[in-house]
Ligand binder design. Structure first.
Ligand code: MG
Length: 381
């Protein structure tokens, strides 16, 4: 029995994780769930799965009435306690944004396998996260379709045999549009993703391609490749989840119709595979045609900015990430235009500049400064 804690159980990845667990009650057992403030949904989840521990990050949220017998706690430190619990084998981190960093570090330090959907924590705190994983002898298994694909292609192969990886990107709802077109697009259009059904933050990141930049940095840390050997290509059908090219020129890919339940199941059962026929069967004829395009850097400048932040190292990826979180929120609130997201993030990166990182506090400081500076850039528009 694999004992699982889910951080962020009421979001898109959290709910999909629970659906996977529901199909395999003989293998997976939920021991704790956390939510930000959706107490109603959290209450239903703990009842449905008989989960003994529930935590709400928001201290002002009220406990639902019908959760007798459930140990109920609130606050950020209670979320951290869940990540470090003794009775857990796998921590699913499905939190949104850099707020996931400390739970990521806590889970790894405790020696738990980290099933990581919160890529922002790895982007913001890359070296610290790897250090925590080494110290705790803990695995990080990505819940990200591209990185799950790479992991599956790399299994059992010598690291020295890998030449490069190519991450696929759907291109989002605005693929093929130019910069001028994009000045007038509305949040409601940006939230309509063509192939994936996800939360608001990642859906906007997919529309700007900031998500793909975060994934390049994520890949750099997960697979220890330098940036010259990590590329991205637009693949609108989202069927090929990524490519790995080996030194002899041979290329492996992992395929499937888009669903997050597959990478979730793989992260929970890794390195084993669990029989599961509930999902749509792959059919090459239905999947065809499969097409590819180069990334349009002019229309989607957040991609280049994010990769540059990764190359700059130190606190730069944390600054990019925090600025991007503020920019996405401001766009969703109608305070800046779609194209201004890249402008304010670029401004924040310039103003904050380079900082070395040797502690979590360094990352948190850079994150806080970037949020402040980006908010000022938003207000100035
Ligand atoms: Mg992805």
């Amino acid at each position: 029995m694999i004992r699982i804690a889910v951080l962020g159980s009421t979001g898109s990845i959290g709910r999909s994780t629970l659906e996977v667990v529901a199909r395999h009650p003989d293998r997976f057992q939920l021991v704790a769930l956390t939510a930000n403030r959706s107490v109603g949904t959290l209450g239903e989840q703990v009842r449905r799965f008989n989960v003994p521990v529930a935590v709400v990050a928001d201290e002002t949220a009220e406990r639902p009435v019908s959760t007798a017998g459930v140990s109920w706690a609130s606050g950020r430190s209670a979320v951290l306690d869940v990540a470090g619990r003794d009775d857990v084998d796998v921590v699913v981190n499905a939190l949104v944004g850099a707020a996931g960093l400390e739970p990521t570090l806590r889970a790894l330090s405790a020696g738990h396998r980290l099933a990581l959907a919160n890529k922002e924590s790895l982007v913001a705190g890359g070296e610290l996260v790897l250090r925590a994983a080494r110290a705790g002898s803990a695995d990080i298994v990505p819940i990200d379709s591209e990185h799950s694909a790479i992991l599956q292609c790399l299994r059992g192969r010598d690291a020295a045999s890998v030449h490069r990886i190519v991450l696929t990107a759907s291109g989002g709802p605005f693929r093929g549009r130019n910069r001028e077109d994009l000045e007038r697009v509305q949040p409601s259009e940006a939230l309509r993703h063509p192939t994936w059904d996800m939360g608001a933050k990642i859906t906007i990141d997919s529309a700007t391609l900031a998500n793909k930049a975060l994934e390049v940095v994520e890949a750099r840390y997960l697979y220890d490749l330098d940036y010259d050997h990590i590329e991205a290509v637009v693949h609108p059908q989202s069927v090929i989840h990524s490519f790995v090219e080996f030194v002899d020129g041979s290329v492996l890919a992992q395929l499937g119709f888009p669903t997050m339940e597959l990478p979730i199941l793989y992260a929970l059962s890794y390195p084993e595979r669990v029989a599961d026929r509930a999902l749509r069967t792959f059919d090459p004829v239905e999947a065809s045609p499969l097409t590819f395009e180069a990334v349009d850097h002019d229309a989607f400048p957040l991609f280049g900015l994010g990769v540059q932040a990764g190359r700059d190292g130190g606190a730069s990826p944390a600054v990019f990430n925090a600025g991007n979180e503020v920019a996405v929120q401001a766009f969703l609130e109608g305070r800046i235009r779609f194209t201004e997201m890249a402008d304010v993030v670029g401004e924040a990166m310039k103003r904050v500049g380079d900082h070395p990182v040797s502690s979590v506090q360094d990352v948190l400081d850079a994150d806080a400064e970037a949020r402040l500076v980006t908010s000022e850039a938003v207000d100035a528009r």
